[in-house]
Design a protein around this ligand. Structure first.
Ligand SMILES: N[C@@H](CCC(=O)N[C@@H](CS)C(=O)NCC(=O)O)C(=O)O
Length: 207
C-alpha cells in the first residue's frame, strides 16, 4: 500500500495518475498548504524539503521529488510500461525530457506563481512575473519540438512523460493559447485527459 501526500492541483496529480494507471492500491493524506502544514514539523519529518508531493512506499520509506517518484513507480511496475526499461532505446530520451519538465518546467511555474521568492525588490515583482511568462512559453515550445510520437511524446506510445506534460499544461494560465500555439501538445493532452486514470485524478483534485 502506498500513501500519497497531496494538495489539490499540485504535483501530486502526476504521482496519483501513475498510481491509477498502475492499478495499485494507495491512499492519500491531505497536506493543507494554505494552512502551512507543509512547513510544520509533522510534515517535515516525512519530507524534509517541505514540498508536495511525497509518497510513502509499501516498506514505509518516504520519498519526495515528483520525477524521482514517477521513475521509481514506473520501475516498480514495469508491466504498465510507463517508464522505458534501462535497455530500451527510448530510455535516454525519456530521462532527458522528464528531468527537463521536472526541473525547468516545474520551477518556472514556481517563479510565475511566486515572483516574490525571486527578488527582494518589491517594485520588480511584475518584471519577474513577465519574464517567467516568457520562459513558460519557451518551455512549452521546446517540448512541442521534442514530441516524437502521435499523440504521445515517445514513438513507442503512452508513458509517464505524457502524464507529466499534461499536468504542467494544466497549470498554464491560458490553455487555449497554449494549445493553439502547440498543436502536438494539444493532441497529447486531449489524449491523456480522456484516459480513465487521469479523469479520476482530476475529479479527485476538483472536490
Ligand atoms: N521539485 C519538486 C517541486 C515540488 C513543489 O514545488 N511543490 C509545490 C506544490 S505544487 C510546493 O510544495 N510548494 C511549497 C513551497 O514552495 O513552499 C518536485 O518536483 O516534487
Amino acid at each position: 500500500m502506498y500513501t500519497l501526500f497531496w494538495e489539490k492541483g499540485s504535483g501530486s496529480i502526476a504521482v496519483q495518475a501513475m498510481l491509477e494507471e498502475m492499478g495499485v492500491s494507495y491512499d492519500r493524506s491531505y497536506v493543507d498548504m494554505e494552512a502551512g502544514e507543509h512547513q510544520k514539523d509533522r510534515y517535515l519529518r516525512k519530507n524534509p524539503t517541505g514540498l508536495v508531493p511525497a509518497l510513502k512506499l509499501p516498506d514505509l520509506h518516504i520519498i519526495g521529488e515528483s520525477a524521482a517518484i514517477v521513475l521509481h513507480l514506473g520501475e516498480q511496475c514495469s508491466d504498465a510500461q510507463l517508464v522505458p526499461r534501462s535497455d530500451d532505446n527510448e530510455r535516454p530520451d525519456f530521462l532527458y525530457w522528464l528531468l527537463f519538465m521536472a526541473t525547468t518546467g516545474y520551477t518556472t511555474f514556481g517563479r510565475l506563481g511566486h515572483p516574490e521568492r525571486y527578488t527582494q525588490d518589491r517594485t520588480a515583482l511584475e518584471a519577474v512575473r513577465l519574464a517567467a511568462e516568457d520562459d513558460v512559453t519557451r518551455f512549452f515550445d521546446v517540448l512541442e519540438g521534442g514530441i516524437k510520437g502521435e499523440p504521445y511524446f515517445l514513438s513507442s506510445g503512452f508513458t509517464a512523460l505524457d502524464i507529466y506534460l499534461t499536468m504542467l499544461a494544466g497549470w498554464h494560465p491560458d490553455r487555449s493559447a497554449l494549445f493553439q500555439r502547440n498543436p502536438k501538445i494539444a493532441a497529447l493532452c486531449t489524449a491523456v485527459e480522456s484516459r480513465a486514470a487521469y479523469k479520476k485524478v482530476i475529479a479527485d483534485h476538483a472536490e
